[in-house]
Design a protein around this ligand. Structure first.
Ligand code: ADP
Length: 329
């Protein structure tokens, strides 16, 4: 560990300032103070213990130290409660704002669709061009608002899941068809071959659709221009026969090791890719992992810069879930 890293770790006050907490409210400093008090108290008790043999003196010291530690512990709990409360209020704020934005945005989109359909009157090419620009921006705003709503629902554990048995093969085939145009425009080849051995899974098909769409969309967006490919594969998860495994592999730009820990975080966008001017919000993978976890599966990835990435997720097989439910009855 370099001196710079040690100094950075010791500079916990800047971390406290970031959260707007003073020295006596900041968990980091309180933790340090508590540690110092415990060490000093132990040494003092030892020396007093060997100098004054009276047990009353030792009891008084131990009781006083316990009271001090209880007071500091109380401050620590208060600080954590304040941070948790601020976090809850922030999620609630995002949820309310997103809800409030959704209605006017839907109205805007509806009116725009009506105008563009020319049912209200003819529109010349120039006007249509502007309406298309407004439409595209509107779609981006609707996607952002929906993403923010999904993020706050996942954080509060309120994402509604309509679970049923369905075929991942049908779902992936549908999405591949939908994305083929986008892939061709980016010069990326999409490879997917149905695997007849894959049984139905038990999850919410609309939510899993969002997950697969996001993974393939990312693989296309972050591909190497002109020589890209994306391969989607499904197989029975060998380690655990109750699950299936879906992988989305690309030969794109990859993710540097230093950024790997943050990939599933909220609003994360790889610095190496932001420079490429690829649009995105950094919410897709956070939502995708949340959905997969709520479906009883798991999600991860492997990646190497300039070689490509492989994102994977698992989902429970439908008849295994039913059997487990029947056994439980
Ligand atoms: P967005 O794509 O909107 O930025 P995501 O949450 O889907 O948000 O992805 C977060 C970040 O992870 C991306 O900005 C990018 O840096 C990185 N990433 C995701 N998928 C890939 C991929 N297939 N190849 C390289 N980087 C990726």
């Amino acid at each position: 560990m370099s001196i710079k890293t040690i100094l950075k770790k010791l500079d916990f006050m800047s971390e406290c300032r970031k959260y707007g907490l003073g020295f006596w409210q900041c968990p980091n400093s309180l933790f340090l103070v508590m540690g110092i008090i415990i060490i000093v108290a132990m040494i003092l008790t030892y020396f007093i213990g060997i100098r004054f043999v009276e047990p009353e003196a030792v009891i008084i010291i131990v009781c006083s130290v316990t009271v001090i530690l209880l007071i500091i512990g109380h401050s620590l709990v208060n600080s954590f409660t304040r941070i948790a409360e601020a976090n809850r209020m922030k999620s609630e704020f995002v949820s309310i704002v997103s809800h409030q934005l959704r209605t006017p945005l839907s109205a805007l989109k509806w009116s725009l669709d009506l105008l563009r359909s020319k049912r209200l009157g003819d529109i010349n090419d120039k006007e249509m061009e502007y309406l298309d620009i407004i439409n595209e921006s509107g779609n981006k705003m609707i996607k952002l608002v929906n993403d923010l709503l999904n993020v706050s629902r996942i954080e509060q554990g309120r994402l509604l899941m309509q679970m049923k048995a369905f075929s991942t093969e049908d779902l992936i085939e549908d999405i591949v068809k939908e994305l083929r145009m986008l892939a061709e425009s980016c010069n990326v080849e999409i490879k997917f071959k149905r695997n007849k051995e894959i049984p139905s899974v038990y999850a919410d098909p609309d939510k899993i659709r969002m997950v697969v769409l996001n993974l393939i969309d990312n693989a296309i967006k972050y591909s190497k221009k002109g020589e890209g490919w994306v391969k989607i594969q499904t197989e029975k998860y060998l380690k655990d026969k109750k699950m299936i495994l879906v992988t989305v592999t690309d030969n794109g730009l990859g993710i540097p090791d230093i950024l790997k820990k943050q990939v599933f975080g909220k609003f994360f966008r790889g610095e190496n890719l932001v420079r490429q001017k690829v649009e995105g919000t950094g919410l897709g993978l956070f939502i995708a992992k949340g959905i997969i976890k709520m479906s009883g599966g798991d999600m991860g990835f492997e990646s190497e810069v300039n070689k490509g990435s492989m994102f994977w997720f698992t989902l429970p097989i439908a008849n295994k879930v039913k059997k487990a439910v029947n056994k439980g009855r």
